[in-house]
Write a protein that binds this ligand. Structure first.
Ligand code: SAH
Ligand code: SF4
Ligand code: F3S
Length: 443
C-alpha cells in the first residue's frame, strides 16, 4: 500500500450470528495486514458491508444502506466492499447495479480481502476505478488458523462448521455458503481457551446444521462437552441443530453437563407433512413433536425455541392450521415467524410457484405470532416466584435504571439497578416477581 497512514476500515454487519463471527475474522485478517478499524463511518477510508440474503427484506435493508454510502462517496473518496451472503448470491449482478461497489467478496474468500482492498485504495489514489471480485466457494476453507478479533461482551462466537448440505428447498444458504465442512476440534478448543483467557464467560458454537458436525472420531456431542470443560467458561450454547438428526447422545450430553445451556433452538418451519416434504425437511409434524417429548423427558426444564415459515409455495389454509396445531401442541418457549420469501437459485424458486398472496402470508404470520405470544407468556409465568441464575450482560435497552442478563434458557431478565451492581459476565441469582412474553422481571 502506498498510503502514508494505516487505512481506516468501518464494518457493518447484517444477518445472522455467522456473519457476526465472520466480521470478527475479517477484522483480524485486515488488522494483521496493517489496516486500522473505526466505529465512525465518517472517518473511514473503506466501508465494508457484511450482507445477508435469507429473505428479500434483508436485501432491501442492504440496498438502503448502500444508498447512504453512495451519498458519502459523492463527496469524498471511499472504497466500498460488499461481503457475505448477498454478495455471493447476486454476484456481479449486484456490482453492475451498484456502481459504488469496489470489492465483492463471498464468505469463503475473505483471505483475499487485504490484497483486494489495498489494490482498490491504490487505484483510487491514482484516480482509477477497478472493480474486484472474490466469489469462489470452497470445500475446505474454515479459517481455522485465524484467531478472530472479537467484539467486547460476555459472549464469544465460535464457528465450528461452515456451509450446509441440507438444501431445504426454500433456503439460499447452501448457495451462499457452499458445501458443509467441519473444523478441526483442536482449533476450536484453542479458540475456546483463548476466549476464556480474554474474559469471555459464554461461548456460542455456530453452524447452519451443527448436529452434523463431524471430524474424524469427533461428533457434535463430544465437541460441546469438550468446549464446556474449558476453565473460566460458565455457559456454552449452540445454534442451530436440525430436527431430522438429533441423536439421543446429544440430548444426554446437554442434560449431563452443568455448563451446557438447557436451551435448544429447533426450527420447525411448518406443521403440515406435505409442506415439510416440499421443503425437504425430512421429518413429519408427529416426528417433531416426538423429538420435543424426548428432549423434555430427559431435560425437563429445557427452553425450546423455533423458526416457522408461513405461506410457503402452495400452503393451504388447512395446512397452515396444521402448523398452528403443532405449535399449540408443542408449547415451545418462543418462535421466530417469517413470511416465505422466494430466493434466487433455490429448489423452490426453480420448481414451485410462490403462489400464496403476500397478504395471506402476512395474516398467517400475525395469527401464529398471536398464538405463540400467549404460549410464551404462560411459559414465562412459570418462573414467577422462582430463583433463576442470570449471566449479567449490562444495561437494559429500555431503561437506564435497569440492568439485564439472560437465564440459562436464554430468556431476558431485567431488574432495577441499586439492588447491587454487577459486572457484565457475573453469574447472579434473582427471584422472578413478574413475567411478560418477552421478559422476566427480577427482584
Ligand atoms: N440453518 C438454520 C437456518 C438459518 S436461516 C437452520 O436450519 O436452523 C434462519 C431461518 O430463516 C430459518 O430457520 C427459516 O425459518 C428462515 N428462512 C430461511 N429461508 C427463508 C425464506 N426463503 N423465506 C422465509 N424464511 C426463511
Ligand atoms: Fe438452510 Fe436448511 Fe441448511 Fe438451515 S438446514 S441453512 S434452513 S438449507
Ligand atoms: Fe443471512 Fe447468510 Fe446468515 S443468508 S442468515 S447471513 S448464513
Amino acid at each position: 500500500m502506498t498510503l502514508k497512514t494505516a487505512p481506516h476500515v468501518h464494518i457493518e454487519t447484517f444477518g445472522c450470528q455467522m456473519n457476526e463471527s465472520d466480521s470478527e475474522l475479517v477484522r483480524s485478517m485486515l488488522k494483521q495486514e496493517g489496516f486500522a478499524f473505526t466505529e465512525d463511518r465518517e472517518r473511514a477510508d473503506v466501508v465494508l458491508v457484511n450482507t445477508c440474503a435469507i429473505r428479500e427484506n434483508a436485501h432491501k435493508k442492504i440496498y438502503a444502506h448502500l444508498s447512504e454510502l453512495r451519498a458519502i462517496k459523492k463527496q469524498r473518496s471511499l472504497v466500498v466492499g460488499v461481503l457475505g451472503c448477498m454478495a455471493q448470491n447476486l454476484k456481479t449482478e449486484l456490482a453492475e447495479k451498484e456502481p459504488l461497489i469496489d470489492v465483492l467478496a463471498g464468505p469463503d474468500s475473505y483471505r483475499q480481502l487485504p490484497l483486494l482492498l489495498a489494490n482498490a485504495l491504490d487505484a483510487q489514489e491514482q484516480g482509477l476505478r477497478k472493480k474486484a471480485f472474490a466469489l469462489d466457494l470452497s470445500e475446505y476453507e474454515t479459517y481455522e488458523s485465524i484467531m478472530p478479533d472479537r467484539n467486547d461482551g460476555v459472549n464469544a462466537w465460535i464457528t465450528v462448521m461452515r456451509g450446509c448440505d441440507n438444501f431445504c428447498s426454500f433456503c439460499v444458504v447452501p448457495y451462499t455458503r457452499g458445501r458443509e465442512r467441519s473444523r478441526d476440534p483442536e482449533s476450536i478448543l484453542l479458540e475456546a481457551r483463548d476466549a476464556a483467557v480474554r474474559g469471555f464467560k459464554q461461548i456460542t458454537l455456530l453452524g447452519q446444521n451443527v448436529n452434523s458436525y463431524r471430524h474424524v472420531e469427533w461428533d457434535f456431542a463430544k465437541l460441546i462437552s469438550a468446549v464446556a470443560d474449558t476453565d473460566g467458561i460458565e455457559r456454552v450454547r449452540f445454534t442451530s441443530p436440525h430436527p431430522k438428526d438429533f441423536p439421543p447422545a446429544l440430548i444426554d450430553t446437554i442434560a449431563a453437563h452443568p455448563k451446557l445451556c438447557k436451551h435448544i433452538h429447533l426450527p420447525l418451519q411448518a406443521g403440515s407433512d406435505r409442506i415439510l416434504e416440499l421443503m425437504g425437511r425430512n421429518y413429519t409434524g408427529a416426528e417433531y413433536l416426538a423429538l420435543v417429548d424426548r428432549i423434555r423427558a430427559i431435560i425437563p426444564d429445557v427452553v425450546l425455541t423455533t423458526d416457522i415459515i408461513c405461506g410457503f409455495c402452495s400452503e393451504t389454509d388447512a395446512e397452515f392450521r396444521d402448523t398452528c396445531r403443532i405449535v399449540e401442541q408443542a408449547q415451545l418457549d418462543s418462535a421466530y415467524t417469517f413470511k416465505y420469501s422466494e430466493r434466487k437459485h433455490t429448489i423452490a424458486a426453480r420448481k414451485y410457484a410462490d403462489d400464496v398472496p403476500d397478504q395471506v402470508k402476512g395474516q398467517r404470520v400475525l395469527k401464529l405470532v398471536e398464538i405463540q405470544r400467549a404460549i410464551t407468556a404462560a411459559r414465562n409465568r412459570r418462573y414467577i416466584g422462582k430463583d433463576v441464575e442470570i449471566l449479567v450482560e449490562g444495561d437494559a435497552t429500555r431503561s437506564p435504571t435497569q440492568s439485564m442478563g439472560k437465564t440459562d434458557g436464554n430468556i431476558t431478565v431485567v431488574w432495577e439497578k441499586g439492588t447491587g451492581d454487577f459486572w457484565p459476565g457475573t453469574l447472579i441469582t434473582k427471584q422472578i416477581f413478574d413475567a411478560s412474553a418477552a421478559t422476566l422481571y427480577g427482584e
